[in-house]
Design a protein around this ligand. Structure first.
Ligand code: ZN
Length: 157
C-alpha cells in the first residue's frame, strides 16, 4: 500500500498584492470625517449612521464591519467625562435647583452625544478596517432541532 506523495503548498502568484494600509491614526481620522479609511476619498456613511456597502473609489468592502455598541460606549464615556466636572462645579458654586440642572444639562448631554456619534463611529470603522474586519457576514447558524423527550443532550456510548 503506497501513500500519495505530499504536495507542497504554493502561494497564489496570480493574485495582485494588496497595497499597504495607511497608518493607524490616519485611518481613524479619515473615518471620523466620513472618508474611506483606506483611500480617503469615498464616503463611509450613506445616511447619518447608515454604513455604505463599500468605497466607490477604492472598492474597500464595508459590508462586513459591525461597530455594534462600541461607538455609543465611547461617546458616553467621553461626554460623561467632559460634562460631569462642570456639573459638579456649578452645583458646588451656586447650588441651583434640580429642575434647572435638568433643563440645562440633559439637553446639552443629548446634543453633544448626537453630534459625537457619527465621527466616533467613523473612527471605530477606520480602526476595524485597520485591524481587519470582524465577522464573516454569514447568517447565524440554525438552532439545533428539538430533542425527543427523555433523551440526553450528548450521549457517548
Ligand atoms: Zn476608499
Amino acid at each position: 500500500m503506497s501513500t500519495p506523495p505530499l504536495r507542497q503548498w504554493q502561494p497564489d502568484r496570480e493574485a495582485t498584492p494588496r497595497a499597504p494600509l495607511p497608518p493607524f491614526l490616519t485611518m481613524l481620522r479619515r473615518g471620523a470625517v466620513n472618508r474611506c479609511p483606506v483611500c480617503g476619498k469615498g464616503k463611509v456613511f450613506n445616511g447619518f449612521l447608515t454604513l455604505a456597502t463599500g468605497c466607490p473609489e477604492c472598492g474597500t468592502d464595508f459590508s462586513h464591519l459591525r461597530a455594534d455598541d462600541a461607538p455609543p460606549y465611547i461617546v458616553i464615556f467621553i461626554a460623561g467625562h467632559v460634562l460631569l466636572p462642570p456639573i459638579f462645579w456649578v452645583e458646588k458654586a451656586w447650588m441651583p435647583p434640580m429642575w434647572l440642572h435638568m433643563v440645562i444639562w440633559l439637553p446639552l448631554f443629548a446634543i453633544i452625544c448626537t453630534l459625537m456619534l457619527r465621527p466616533v463611529k467613523g473612527a471605530v470603522l477606520g480602526w476595524m478596517v485597520r485591524l481587519g474586519p470582524v465577522g464573516d457576514g454569514a447568517p447565524f447558524p440554525e438552532p439545533a432541532p428539538p430533542r425527543p423527550a427523555g433523551t440526553k443532550p450528548d450521549s457517548h456510548a
